[in-house]
Design a protein around this ligand. Structure first.
Ligand SMILES: O=C(O)CCC(=O)c1ccccc1C(=O)O
Ligand SMILES: [Mg+2]
Length: 373
């Protein structure tokens, strides 16, 4: 049994090296919450809750995550019996949604458990890869800037390029990219910028031989995505629409997509991510590991998750120094020739740089079992 008796939360904030543009808004500064759980033997585990400071990508925010953790999740952690991290998501089931808050805590306990077992998290999860393939994201609508970034990503060996699109910036933009790079593995992420009224536009995109189009329609448009998929050749990948195992099940049954982007934060943690992985493998739905412009802790968890055999498409897992001047982990995540080597050390295989964490912490709170919670 696990005896968690202390949880430390640090809200951190860092500017991005480059603004990250989507049609929903531009991220210039990133907040995140680093969670450290500790058991009665003094073993600790790290997690990261990847909600943004405003609810543009999901409904959660830094503040809602803090509230959920403090008032609901941490009290549960201190009172419920936990035998294995795989059981935490069902303990949290009595609290609706708030997947990023749940994931932050659940992933920290996976790290702690792997450390107690003395094995890497990737092995504990059942992963089999010693390196994972990665892709990079171009989040600008400036054509010249995009081409420059793609050239740089190509030099770095990234195995797939993703660009952000919207009806205001799609056909001409993709045509310009395809003119320079006719053969690179290319995909487009729409973050729900389209509706079924845009079928004509979306059909045109078939000519660009995209690996997939990610989340073209709105979050709850499971049926409309199925309608769209019947009319376009480009495979649809769902991101925002998949917040649970049941969403993945529905999407598969309805044939709303051919590919799913799995983000542990969006689905409530590693166990749910693993269950969705297994379901997709069973139904021959391709999967890849998504990114959240995260810091090193979440990035390390992504690396462990992406070692599962079903993750066949390069994910959005870039080097630490892609977004950050100085990440909070040691060593930094590094992409070499388009791959990241999976750490062989115990747990997530990266340690926290305490000095750097302190520098970027804007709020810290500690919860001790038996003391007020
Ligand atoms: O982490 C990355 O490298 C970027 C991944 C990305 O596109 C993204 C980043 C933050 C929020 C949503 C998304 C998305 O996949 O839609
Ligand atoms: Mg996306």
């Amino acid at each position: 049994m696990l005896h968690i008796n202390r949880v430390n939360l640090s809200v951190i904030e860092m500017p991005l090296k480059l603004p990250f543009f989507t049609h929903l808004g531009t991220v210039k500064k990133r907040q995140s919450i680093i969670i450290e759980v500790m058991d009665r033997d003094g073993v600790s585990g790290l997690g990261e809750a990847v909600a943004f400071s405003s609810p543009w990508y999901t409904e959660e925010t830094t503040q809602t995550v803090l509230h959920m953790m403090k008032d609901f999740l941490i009290p549960k952690l201190f009172t419920e019996k936990i035998n294995h991290p795989a059981g935490i998501s069902s303990i949290f089931d009595s609290i609706r949604r708030n997947e990023m808050a749940k994931s932050g805590i659940e992933t920290a306990i996976w790290d702690l458990y792997a450390k107690k077992q003395g094995i890497p998290l990737s092995i504990l999860l059942g992963g089999s890869r010693s390196e994972i393939r990665t892709g990079a994201v171009v989040a600008t609508q400036n054509e010249e800037e995009a081409l420059k970034q793609i050239e740089y990503f190509q030099e770095q060996g990234y195995q797939r390029i993703k660009v952000k699109i919207s009806p205001a910036n799609d056909i001409d933009f993709l045509r310009a990219i395809r003119k320079e790079y006719p053969h690179i593995p290319l995909m487009a992420d729409a973050n729900s910028a389209y509706t079924l009224n845009d079928v004509g536009r979306l059909k045109v995109l078939d000519e660009f031989q995209l690996l997939m189009i990610e989340q073209p329609l709105s979050v709850t448009d499971m049926v409309d995505h199925a309608t769209l998929q019947r009319q376009i050749a480009t495979p649809i990948c769902l991101d925002e629409s998949i917040t649970s195992y049941h969403d993945a099940y529905s999407a598969i049954q309805l044939e709303s997509c051919k590919i799913i982007n799995i983000k542990m934060g969006r689905v409530g943690g590693l166990e749910n991510a693993r269950r969705i992985h297994d379901l997709c493998v069973k139904h021959q739905i391709q999967i890849w590991c998504g990114g959240m412009i995260e810091f090193g802790v979440s990035r390390a968890h992504n690396i462990a998750l992406a070692t599962l055999e079903g993750f066949t498409i390069p994910g959005d897992i870039v080097s630490s120094n892609h977004y950050w001047e100085e990440d909070i982990i040691e060593p930094f995540v590094e992409v070499k020739n388009g791959v990241i080597s999976v750490p062989a050390e115990v747990g997530i295989g990266f340690s926290i740089n305490r000095k750097r964490l302190k520098e970027v912490t804007i709020y810290n709170e500690e919860f001790v079992k038996g003391k007020g919670v």
